[in-house]
Design a binder for this molecule. Structure first.
Ligand SMILES: O=C(O)CCC(=O)C(=O)O
Ligand SMILES: [Mn+2]
Length: 212
């Protein structure tokens, strides 16, 4: 029997309807990429829902004694009541929305872990960005699995090996899923650079396992 979600879309069964694409092994890491993990209809609905129902915040960090606004809006949701620190700020998680839990349920079979939190980033236009970093915060433990879900405008996701400086680039499209795993967060930095192209909003969700 095929299973359908609340939008009436067929939920892919891993046995007979596995999304195309998959594993790429790289030096010191590996990733899985599914450009069309969510259908267009489903992605449009999630984009709208997340714009309206997520409690978006303009966070800022202290740099050389000055408060500098992040070049994007952020939000932090999860089932963990312990705060999480990144980029010099600490966020307490909000309670999962129904749609966030639904997305989490859909990506967990491929990620092979149960996520307990998600960081959301909202890039309002091409001027919003995130600069070079790794997702290797101590709360995530060694070799964290990070599942990145994308809705809205396509943006370039760049990777750079910390030692060899080798570069990779993946276009993160509407409805795509990127799972980074293995040693990747210890050896590769990533960023979403600014673009001078006129681009619409983009929302990215990175699901994580906080091990406290
Ligand atoms: O927007 C993205 O694709 C990446 C976001 C990211 O790297 C992060 O939140 O740590
Ligand atoms: Mn990151």
């Amino acid at each position: 029997m095929e299973q359908r979600d609340l939008f009436g879309n067929i939920i892919p069964s891993l046995d007979n309807n596995k999304p195309k694409s998959g594993l790429t092994k790289i030096e010191n890491g590996e990733y899985l990429f599914y450009p069309d993990f969510f259908s267009k209809v489903e992605s449009d609905l999630y984009l709208q829902n997340l714009k309206e129902n997520i409690d978006w915040k303009q966070e800022s960090m202290n740099m050389y004694g000055k408060q500098v606004a992040f070049p994007r809006l952020t939000a932090w949701y999860g089932d963990n009541d312990k705060p999480y620190s990144f980029s010099g700020i600490t966020l307490a998680p909000k309670v999962w929305t129904r749609e966030l839990l639904e997305i989490k349920d859909k990506i967990e079979p491929l990620s092979k872990v149960q996520f307990n939190s998600v960081l959301l980033n909202r890039y309002r236009n091409g001027n919003d960005s995130i600069s070079w970093h790794t997702d290797a915060e101590k709360e995530l433990g060694p070799n964290p699995v990070i599942a990145s879900v994308n809705f809205g405008a396509t943006r370039k996701f760049q990777l750079r090996h910390i030692k060899t400086k080798e570069k990779l680039e993946i276009e993160l499209t509407h409805g795509s899923l990127l799972i980074m795993q293995g040693e990747m967060q210890h050896f590769w930095q990533h960023q979403v650079p600014k673009t001078s192209k006129v681009v619409n909003e983009r929302i990215n969700l990175t699901f994580r396992v906080i091990k406290l």
